[in-house]
Design a protein around this ligand. Structure first.
Ligand code: CP
Length: 309
């Protein structure tokens, strides 16, 4: 069996990873979580390495989390301001990436509204590229932090039932999680209005439902998803009130799930639309724990890609 080694590799999606590779990444996280719990949250591990964050879409959690992760390991992290870059003067994305690589940077973190852009850059460039979210396609580091959080809270992943609720069709978080969760032996159920459930979902090995009250019943984990209005070319539900009536996770709805159910949301959350405030802030919620774990997961990933083993 070939030893798993992420040095110099891209991370573009969970579809490309084996179960063993996902397990390897998750098992690497705990020591990095410990670093973030210290009084002095800094180790010299990546001193001398340069990481560039290239975000073409808004982000609070992912961009900041990569920046903190790199800085906690003493890397230099540069956030390229896309709005004021020379793209506005007509420079192509490829030329921009080539110029960044020519400055001897060691790794590129890319978020783009078009699916496949991180993959395209990874083909051009000789430095590793991490996909920080491409259109409605994949968001692999979000899936890793979700899996890590579930395992931390529930003790294991295998045979757990996860319910993903909301805008499945436009969710890169849902796609990455479905690929990863199925590979790790989890049961996955998706739920949302028919207009938000793309055809062929069953081929990914998931159960499909439009009845939230029924689908939630034996779930170990309920992951609520944001409605991706920016990706909707047409109206997918009659009104926010009607959407909330059927698909908002309220305290009353949550009582139908297992007593020890875990509530997740990748953020940003729309309180009152996808999730009621008392649920988002309640005891079952691990939403902020996901954010905390995101830093540790990204530290582990940067470490493994930039030279560790
Ligand atoms: N979960 C997530 O990707 O959040 P941001 O869009 O704020 O990065």
């Amino acid at each position: 069996m070939t030893a798993i080694d992420f040095r110099g590799r891209d991370l573009l999606g969970m579809a490309e990873l084996s179960a063993a590779e996902i397990r390897y990444l998750l098992d690497a996280v705990p020591p990095f979580k410990e670093v973030s719990q210290r009084d002095i949250k800094k180790v010299p591990t990546l001193r001398g390495k340069t990481i560039v964050n290239l975000f073409f879409e808004p982000s609070t959690r992912t961009r900041t989390s990569f920046e903190i992760a790199g800085k906690r390991m003493s890397a230099d992290v540069i956030n390229v301001s896309v709005a004021t870059s020379s793209l506005s003067k007509g420079e192509s994305l490829r030329d921009m990436a080539d110029n960044l690589a020519a400055m001897q940077v060691d790794l590129l973190v890319v978020r783009h509204q078009v699916a496949g852009v991180p993959h395209m850059l990874a083909r051009y460039l000789s430095i590793p590229v991490i996909n920080a979210g491409d259109g409605a396609h994949e968001h692999p580091t979000q899936a890793l932090l979700d899996l890590f959080t579930i395992e931390e809270r529930l003790g294991s992943l295998r045979d757990k039932t996860v319910l993903l609720v909301g805008d499945i069709a436009n969710s890169r978080v849902a796609r990455s999680n479905i690929f990863a969760m199925r590979k790790l032996g989890m049961r996955v159920r998706v739920c949302g209005p028919r207009t938000m459930l793309p055809p062929g979902l069953e081929r990914l090995g998931v159960e499909v439902s439009s009845d939230f009250d029924e689908a939630i019943q034996d779930a170990d984990v309920v992951m609520m998803l944001r409605i991706q209005r920016e990706r909707h070319g047409e109206v997918l539900f009659p009104s926010p009130q009607e959407y909330a009536e059927r698909y908002c996770l309220t305290a009353e709805r949550l009582r139908r799930a297992k007593a020890e159910v875990l509530v997740l949301h990748p953020g940003p959350i729309n309180r009152g639309l996808e999730i009621a405030p008392e649920v988002a802030d309640g005891l079952a919620s691990a939403i902020l724990q996901q954010v905390t774990n995101g830093v540790a997961v990204r530290m582990a990933l940067l470490y493994l890609i930039l030279g560790g083993s």
